[in-house]
Design a binder for this molecule. Structure first.
Ligand SMILES: Cc1ncc(COP(=O)(O)O)c(C=O)c1O
Length: 126
């Protein structure tokens, strides 16, 4: 896959939509078996560990929180915006503590999060 940029399996192929390190100009890529495994890998790569807090959405698949627990960290749920159903930047800011290591969001139903506002709100969290 890394050479061709195409992921093939018995169930199909990503065809030309696949993003390889070469196409995305990123030095590395990792293939994982599921969304949960990808989130867990993200957690490890982000250096999340015991004693840390990770801010995430209560309105998402449970893997968004479980991946922090897998690394001994504590998921902290910040409330969502009732209109977008995505993380509310004001709630994220209120949830930041000196133990906050990271935050991540889901773009619920594909509706983009207020990324600039979230980054400002959680700027202390990395
Ligand atoms: C936001 C989100 N994260 C993670 C997952 C988990 O994906 P998987 O079932 O491939 O582990 C899902 C699955 O629906 C999801 O919606």
């Amino acid at each position: 896959m890394l050479r061709s940029g195409v992921c093939r399996s018995a169930r199909g192929s990503t065809g030309s939509r696949s993003t390889s390190p070469r196409r995305s100009e990123q030095p590395y890529a990792a293939a994982v078996s599921s969304g949960t495994a990808g989130l867990h890998l993200l957690c490890v790569a982000a250096g999340v560990g015991p004693g840390d807090e990770v801010i995430t959405s209560p309105y998402s698949f449970v893997a968004s929180a479980n991946c922090a627990i897998y690394e001994g960290a504590t998921p902290v749920f910040a409330d969502i915006d009732p209109h977008t159903l995505n993380l509310d930047p004001v709630a994220v800011e209120a949830a930041v503590t000196d133990r906050t290591r990271r935050w991540w969001r889901s773009d619920i139903f594909g509706y983009p999060s207020e990324l600039d506002d979230l980054q400002r709100s959680a700027s202390d969290a990395g």
